[in-house]
Design a protein around this ligand. Structure first.
Ligand SMILES: Cc1cc2nc3c(=O)[nH]c(=O)nc-3n(C[C@H](O)[C@H](O)[C@H](O)COP(=O)(O)OP(=O)(O)OC[C@H]3O[C@@H](n4cnc5c(N)ncnc54)[C@H](O)[C@@H]3O)c2cc1C
Length: 441
């Protein structure tokens, strides 16, 4: 492990460079920073863009720790389930100005990639969303400040935070956790009993690639929500059998929760009236989420595939799955049985509090956790509270902040709200922090 510098440069020492020469990926170990963002997905990138765009910090004061390129994880998931259009409107993107994606589409003659929506604002295609995001990442030179590593531990100190990876320690004044679900997925009990190397996979397994599914395979998709609907229709090919195992009737919803939750209305006040970290908050958010639903355009696509016989619908629940010579035989509750070459679970994410990093922090730090391991966060700043009631220098954005941000916490709109809160408090804190040159041990 290489040594760390213990000081953060004063404002006068900072280069002030927004985007210098050719970006070079940062892999040096002595990478002290003012702010370390762990996770360079939708949330991490938005936080970076917001902090840099508002001049809260300079580029050389920021690190983004992520073993993947910016937004790569989200891009991969969209590919894995065949998502070609976002569910959310065009004002939900990783930039700060709500209209920058629309302006980007106009400037590049791509207005036809803003597709109509049943709730007013148009939705961007995935390719437009990612091209716009990539342009922002380039503008702010984010790849040059990426530390190409996975954070394994975060150590909270009074005046700073140490982010540890297998090969380095990064000291910074502040750490922003934006790690998404951290590979936590939900699998049916029968799938847990089948070897993960066999023909049963999860759509979010990093290795799953829909392009690698055999042209003439018999494929099963398990689930009844947006991901299952998209995946089943994406897999349709002449000569391929696709069976959708959906135990409940389909539910159609345009968004993932009521729009009341987007506008910081009474719904949010009701949420914040409960104690942070409580079961009441967790349950209110879970009840507000339209989990397992699909938007109208996905439902229509699925309906057409069902009518044409391209997808077969099995309304029963799988009870047993057995591997048999490279195939999997499933038996359903209604007694029907299928022999499949591949069976893909589109059964959702697990708890955002059960990702590796959160489990580690729960066990190893003096940070306060609540119901089901939820981080106890300050409603105004998203800062993680310590057990002694003081606020740590770690703030959380994304799904794990849903007890503060509500049911859209993991969405792009959640990132935007988290960005406002975090940039707001950091701006004033950093003005004070600049007078404290030394990080405490
Ligand atoms: C298929 C799909 C479609 C969606 N469509 C929409 C939509 O239309 N509109 C909308 O608002 N929302 C949508 N969402 C929800 C949400 O916007 C995305 O899930 C988004 O990717 C969440 O961003 P994130 O930054 O929290 O997580 P991610 O994008 O998953 O990024 C997390 C990042 O953290 C990194 N990371 C994890 N652990 C560590 C670690 N220990 N150390 C360092 N780095 C780590 C990962 O490598 C990853 O890059 C969709 C989600 C999915 C899956």
């Amino acid at each position: 492990m290489e040594p760390d510098s213990r000081t953060v440069p004063s404002r006068g020492q900072r280069s002030g460079r927004r985007s210098g020469g050719k970006p070079t990926k940062r892999t040096d170990a002595d990478a002290d920073a003012t702010v370390t963002i762990v996770g360079g997905g939708v949330h991490g990138v938005h936080l970076a863009v917001r902090l840099l765009g508002a001049d809260v910090i300079e580029l050389d004061e920021l690190r983004i720790v992520d073993p993947s390129a910016p937004l790569e994880s989200f891009r991969r998931k969209c590919h894995q389930c065949g998502m070609v259009e976002l569910r959310s409107p065009f004002v939900h993107h990783v930039g700060t100005d709500p209209f920058s994606l629309r302006d980007f589409a106009r400037a590049h003659g791509r207005e036809d990639e803003l597709v109509p929506s049943t709730v007013g604002a148009e939705r961007p295609t995935a390719s437009l969303f990612f091209d716009h995001a990539e342009a922002l990442c380039d503008r702010y030179d984010l790849e040059s400040i990426r530390v190409d590593d996975r954070a394994t531990a975060i150590v909270d100190r009074r005046n700073g935070v140490e982010t540890r990876t297998d090969s380095r320690r990064i000291r910074s004044r502040w750490c922003l956790l934006a790690v998404g679900y951290g590979h936590a997925v939900t699998r049916p009990a029968w799938a847990e009993r089948v070897a993960s190397t066999g023909p049963v996979t999860h759509v979010w397994d990093p290795a799953f690639d829909p392009e690698a599914v055999g042209e003439t395979s018999s494929v099963g998709v398990v689930g009844g929500g947006i991901t299952a609907g998209q995946l089943a229709t994406t897999l349709v090919r002449p000569g391929r059998d696709v069976v959708l195992f959906a135990r409940s009737p389909f539910r159609v919803e345009t968004l993932e929760a009521s729009t009341d939750w987007m506008h910081f209305s009474g719904a949010m006040e009701e949420l914040h009236a409960h104690p942070p970290g409580s079961s009441a908050r967790e349950e209110l958010v879970s009840d507000a989420r339209y989990d397992g639903t699909m938007p109208p355009y996905v439902f229509r696509r699925l309906q057409r595939a069902l009518e044409r016989g391209e997808v077969e619908l099995e309304r029963s629940e799988i009870e047993v799955a057995t591997e048999a010579g490279g195939t999997v035989v499933v038996t359903c509750r209604d007694g029907s049985a299928f022999c499949l070459d591949e069976l893909i679970c589109a059964t959702g994410f697990g708890s955002p509090y059960d990702g590796e990093l959160f489990r580690h922090l729960r066990g190893e730090s003096a940070l306060r956790t609540g119901y089901r391991g939820a981080p106890v966060l300050d409603d105004d700043t998203l800062r993680w509270m310590r057990q002694d009631g003081t606020l740590s220098r770690i703030a959380v954005s994304g799904a794990a902040a849903r007890q503060v941000l509500g049911p859209f916490a993991h969405n792009v709109i959640g990132a935007r709200r988290a960005g406002e809160l975090i940039a707001g408090f950091l701006e004033s804190e950093l003005a004070v922090g600049r007078r404290e040159p030394e990080l405490a041990n």
